[in-house]
Design a protein around this ligand. Structure first.
Ligand SMILES: Cc1cc2nc3c(=O)[nH]c(=O)nc-3n(C[C@H](O)[C@H](O)[C@H](O)COP(=O)(O)OP(=O)(O)OC[C@H]3O[C@@H](n4cnc5c(N)ncnc54)[C@H](O)[C@@H]3O)c2cc1C
Ligand code: FES
Length: 282
């Protein structure tokens, strides 16, 4: 497919975007609603990421957290950990930042049509998965059963609490939540324990189920083992990898694992592919 000069430019040169809204998600994460200043749409696929630049500070890869089925704005959920992300957290509505992309392959949406979807999100992993959850909700008739398992360290770290409550009110999504620990003075309706403790209660038809898993690297090995135990095939287990990235487009090699560039060939891979990449350590 021919790529227009305009879309090539947006891969190399940051386009300016305006911050429309900033909302706290937890103590460390904020949700940013953005819109391109030239009025163009981001035109991303669920699971893709953008390179976000704060003028004069630097650039960082961040997953798009909203679905392309929503309006012409888009959302990024960002945890403040270093120079760029802390500078992002200081931005206010009306401020400007730079966006390159979208980059990466995203989730294989057309292959997921008609499938039952088992979302497994650990901590901030809900940010990229939310894009696909929203997409599946907006096109609900095109997907089978939807189950979301969401685990975080403690109740105060749970992201998108209001939206999860809305999803819970729907009859067509099953939601199970866990926290590693819960302070005695906090009321919590979910499970206490790591996310894999939810799996015995998961009821799926493995031949028609794809698992979409995003979370901290330590979670992957254990979640994959549970998915395999449920009978989900290796190529039906999708994982999004996070690696140090610079260019986002297969030039610099920062994100390389063996013969694969995570920015270009991923960040979404199926477990069949990953099990052949020795250095992926999944
Ligand atoms: C494809 C992709 C999607 C991402 N999506 C999101 C998202 O939706 N929301 C979000 O908050 N973050 C996301 N990240 C992580 C985010 O890119 C990093 O936190 C950010 O680059 C840190 O930049 P900084 O300048 O603020 O911190 P730095 O000053 O660069 O680093 C701060 C600390 O974080 C560590 N660090 C930075 N980047 C990484 C990394 N990729 N892996 C492991 N450790 C790292 C550094 O070693 C250092 O200890 C994503 C990363 C990738 C590769
Ligand atoms: S980030 Fe440069 S090659 Fe992937």
């Amino acid at each position: 497919m021919a790529v227009s000069t305009e879309s090539m430019k947006s891969l190399y040169l940051p386009k300016l975007a305006e911050v429309l809204k900033v909302e706290p998600l937890s103590e460390k994460e904020k949700l940013f609603q953005l819109r391109m200043k030239d009025g163009s749409r981001l035109s991303h696929k669920p699971g893709q990421f953008v390179e976000v630049s704060v003028l004069g500070v630097g650039e960082a890869p961040i997953s798009v957290s909203s679905s392309p089925t929503r309006d012409s704005s888009f959302e990024l959920g960002i945890r403040a950990v270093g120079n760029v992300t802390r500078a992002l957290h200081r931005l206010q509505p009306g401020d400007t930042l730079g966006i390159r992309g979208p980059f990466g392959n995203g989730f294989p949406v057309s292959e997921l049509l008609g499938q039952d979807l088992l979302f497994v999100a650990g901590g901030i992993g809900l940010c990229p998965l939310r894009s696909m959850v929203q997409y599946a909700i907006d096109k609900r008739g095109q997907f089978g059963k939807i189950t979301l398992l969401y685990g975080c360290r403690q109740p105060a770290e749970q992201l998108f609490q209001g939206e999860i409550a809305e999803w819970r009110r729907r009859q067509d999504i099953e939601i199970m939540e866990s926290v590693d620990r819960c302070p005695l003075d906090v009321s919590w309706g979910g499970s206490v324990g790591v996310i894999t403790t939810l799996f015995p209660r998961v009821d799926i038809e493995p031949n028609n189920t794809t698992a979409l898993v995003v979370g901290p690297p330590v979670m992957y090995r254990y979640v994959v083992a549970e998915c395999l135990k449920k009978g989900i095939a290796k190529d039906q287990i999708l994982l999004s990898l996070e690696r140090r990235m610079k260019c986002g487009m297969g030039f610099c090699g920062h994100c390389q694992i063996n013969n694969v560039y995570v920015c270009l060939d991923g960040p979404v891979f199926n477990y069949e592919e990953l099990s052949k990449l020795k250095e992926a350590e999944v």
